[in-house]
Ligand binder design. Structure first.
Ligand code: HEM
Length: 434
């Protein structure tokens, strides 16, 4: 039976095909993209500010059509900006537009395929299913929310133990909670595991292989005793532990993915500190409580903080076959880049683009709006989106329930345009008791 979503995707593909058919001729891409060579700072540094300036220049000269640009490091990307191309970016199957494996996969070698992000083909599809089931993708309140929220509540005092909250404290509290959520309470104080994960994030290839082995062995020890309320426990019960689906490698990926939370937590609190009315509303919601972790207002604040300061500023795919964009053919292996950070701050497409407006997330369709993609969309969308939102909002609630954000660095202008980037390492929040 055809689904509504399937029909919509077919419609989209038909429109994309029609665009190609209307093109006057089917050309091959220019051999040497010269325009991109001038885009200093584009993408390669990962700094959206540099990227935004370059993209504005690109738009001014070339409009919204896809354009090849070359980064300072010499890598070439096909940049997509037009809404139809964005739809296509998200709608194409991952077998055609595949995720770009991160550096750390390369360091680990083919004999040690890691999590979903390093997998291909049918194996990737199976690992994706394991991820979606264990993380309860798309389900606002995770089935294990009771245990997860208890872990957050018990670790949150690390955030408020002193008057000043910074990234070191946020990381400490979040990583303790993350180890409990993924592996069980016994892992809370395992700073050695935390250190290995830090090294793997850094990704030095030769050292990474040894550290990766130790990390997996340690995860396995916890997994042997993990109950169904943990993520690794859920994954183990649902897959063949000896088989290729390997929940241990997925658990490793989840521990790394949780690193998105501390910075998001600090940025959200900083924004609330600069918007006292929003802070009062969020604090009232936190005080009313509820044990289900829904916290809709706080989740809206977290989403809005991610719109303004996304964790993944540029989404990248690599084509697995020849593709045609607006009548121009590009060979298999072309890297396609969707500049999410730029698009979700583009005043031509997003109202009040540079201002903190959590109310925009009240609209139930906001989460599917492809102009805004803090968790991406389509087959590569973050399967931990709701879990990440739940954990971040719950930590915010724990802070706001007993404390007021009385001062903060850097100082944000509540009405003026917000800065393009916000390094969480520079954030200092001053807390006073309510
Ligand atoms: C604030 C929190 C988070 C943010 C902003 C975030 C963002 C993202 C984004 C943008 C992607 C897709 C990248 C792309 O399309 O190329 C992604 C992928 C992924 N995320 Fe998250 N994430 C968060 C939390 C989490 C958590 C808590 C988990 C698991 C415990 C998780 C697991 C994953 C996995 C497994 C993928 C790979 C999906 C695939 O390749 O199919 N994320 N995340």
């Amino acid at each position: 039976m055809r689904t509504v979503q399937g029909a919509a995707l077919d419609g989209l593909r038909a429109r994309v095909r029609a665009l190609g058919a209307e093109a006057p001729d089917r050309r091959t891409p220019p051999a040497a993209p010269t325009f991109g060579a001038r885009l200093r700072g584009f993408v390669s540094t990962g700094t959206p500010r540099a990227s935004a300036a370059a993209l504005r220049a690109l738009k001014a000269r070339r409009g919204d059509g896809p354009a090849l640009v070359r980064t300072r490091s010499g890598r070439t990307f096909l940049v997509v900006l037009d809404p139809l191309d964005l739809h296509r970016f998200y709608a194409e199957p991952v077998s055609l537009l595949a995720a770009d494996p991160p550096e750390k996969c390369r360091g680990l070698g083919p004999e040690e395929p890691a999590g979903i992000g390093c997998s291909r083909g049918e194996l990737r599809a199976q690992r994706r299913r394991i991820n979606e089931e264990a993380l309860a993708a798309g389900v606002p309140v995770h089935p294990s929310c009771g245990a997860f929220l208890a872990a957050v509540a018990e670790e949150a005092p690390h955030l408020t133990a002193t008057r000043v909250l910074d990234l070191v404290r946020a990381r400490h509290a979040v990583h303790r909670a993350a180890r409990r959520i993924v592996l069980g309470d016994a892992a809370a104080s395992d700073e050695e595991l935390g250190g290995w994960l830090r090294q793997l994030r850094g990704g030095r290839a030769r050292a990474a292989r040894t550290v990766y082995g130790r990390t997996l062995a340690r995860i396995q020890e916890y997994a042997a005793h993990a109950d169904d309320g943990t993520l690794v426990g859920r994954a183990t019960r649902r897959s063949d532990p000896a088989g290729a689906l390997d929940p241990l490698r997925q658990a490793h990926h989840w521990l790394l993915a949780m690193d998105a939370v501390p910075g998001t937590l600090l940025r959200t609190l900083l924004l609330l500190g600069a918007h006292p009315a929003e802070q009062d509303t969020a604090a009232a919601e936190a005080t009313r409580g509820g044990t289900d972790g829904e916290l809709p207002r706080l989740r809206a604040c977290v989403r809005e903080s991610l719109r303004l300061f996304p964790v993944v500023p540029d989404l990248i795919r690599v084509t697995r076959a020849e593709t045609e964009w607006r009548g121009v053919r590009y060979p298999a292996g072309t890297s396609v880049l969707l500049p999410a950070a730029f698009l979700q701050r583009d005043p031509e497409r997003v109202p009040a683009a540079h201002v903190f407006v959590p109310g925009r997330w009240k609209n139930p369709d906001a989460d599917r709006d492809i102009r805004i993609a803090p968790f991406s969309h389509g087959g590569g969308r973050c399967p931990g989106d709701q879990l990440g939102l739940m954990i971040t909002a719950a930590f915010c609630a724990e802070v706001l329930r007993g404390h007021r954000l009385a001062g903060a660095r850097p100082v944000l202008d509540p009405v003026g345009p917000l800065p393009a980037t916000l390094d969480p390492g520079t954030i200092r929040l001053t807390l006073t008791r309510r």
